[in-house]
Design a protein around this ligand. Structure first.
Ligand code: NAP
Length: 307
């Protein structure tokens, strides 16, 4: 039988927890961070969680704004749920600065795997941009630096290699977001050695399956997938459709989880980077990396459901 003293102590602890509750995101404890699927970066053997976070538009808010509060919950939910990779860029307005501020506010800098980009022409401009990114992100080192949309690729990759040798960057890569640029990405990969390549791939844009994803698997290049929801357009297509019963077969309880499952079920995918400004969407997206992964037949069912 618990003593009165024990009861009072326990009540005091519960009261303290209740008082602290408003400071914690509602979704913070919903997912076991150790259960988030990881994939290995081929060039190093380092493991990375398959669900990352994009910041284009969603993190472009004013630092002083109230809009920073939901984003603080997005970051807490992401990191508490086992997420690490945050993709940003100097061309995403305030996103780098907001990312740096949120990591500092939530004391989660050490857990994050930061990915940013260079979108500049010429070495000098590229270096200035990199130094501005370090300041905005409040860091001395960026985990992954990518040449944005293949702009001045040769010069910027040469610069990124120097920065890697100096220990200011851990991995380098290239990005694009259009299927019409996939051949250019393949040409760049044939010429230049990189750790990562980032491109678009989803049920609505499957071109990467033909050559890009197999090439990366064969040549040991990590892949980051952008535009998994085609900026939300894919989710709008199924807005009024009930979730099919077979979604349970991959432990999915939302259309967003099915879209992400389709992507991470491809064995050449290292991580996917959906963007969101809402903590509940963040928890939803993370859940896609906590369940079973679709087999080939189920991947096709997912794709067909969005046609
Ligand atoms: N060239 C490049 O390097 C390049 C190009 C494009 C994208 N990217 C990277 O890839 C990231 C992702 O691409 P994206 O931002 O274009 O689009 P996306 O991730 O395909 O879609 C983002 C949209 O989906 C909505 N959403 C997110 N999770 C949801 C959920 N669980 N349920 C319902 N709606 C949800 C968001 O709504 P809310 O805003 O309401 O949360 C947002 O409007 C970018 O942020 C960026 O980091 C890189």
């Amino acid at each position: 039988m618990p003593s009165r003293r024990h009861f009072i102590q326990r009540s005091a602890s519960l009261l303290a927890l209740a008082a602290a509750a408003p400071l914690l995101p509602r979704f913070a404890f919903a997912l076991d961070p150790t259960q988030l699927l990881q994939r290995v970066i081929p060039s190093s053997g380092e493991a990375l969680p398959v669900i990352g976070l994009g910041t284009s538009r969603t993190f472009d808010v004013r630092i002083e704004d109230d809009s920073l509060e939901p984003l603080e919950d997005v970051i807490r939910t992401f990191i508490n749920g086992g997420g690490r990779l945050i993709d940003t860029a100097p061309s995403y307005g305030n996103s780098e600065q907001v990312t740096g501020a949120l990591l500092e506010r939530t004391s989660t800098e050490a857990k994050a795997f930061l990915a940013s980009k260079i979108s500049a022409t010429g070495r000098e401009r590229g270096l200035q941009q990199f130094e501005a990114s370090l300041r905005a992100l409040q860091t001395e080192r960026i985990d992954l630096m990518q040449v944005h949309n293949l702009q001045d690729t040769r010069t910027q990759l040469a610069l990124l290699r120097e920065l890697k040798e100096q220990g200011k960057v851990r991995y380098i890569g290239v990005t694009h977001y259009r299927e019409s640029a996939h051949d250019d990405l393949l040409d760049a990969l044939a010429r230049e050695k990189v750790d990562f390549v980032q491109f678009n791939y989803s049920v609505g844009e499957r071109n990467a399956e033909k050559r890009l994803l197999p090439y990366c698997a064969d040549h040991g290049i990590a892949t980051l997938i952008n535009r998994p929801f085609q900026r939300g357009e894919l989710l709008a297509r199924v807005k009024d459709k009930p979730l099919p019963s077979w979604a349970m077969e991959v432990d999915a309880n939302s259309w967003a989880q099915l879209l992400l499952n389709f992507i991470i079920a491809h064995p050449a995918v290292t991580a996917v980077i959906p963007a969101t400004s809402k903590p509940r969407y963040m928890a939803d997206n993370l859940k896609a990396g906590h369940g079973r992964i679709a087999d080939a037949a189920l991947r096709e069912k997912i794709a067909q459901a969005f046609n």
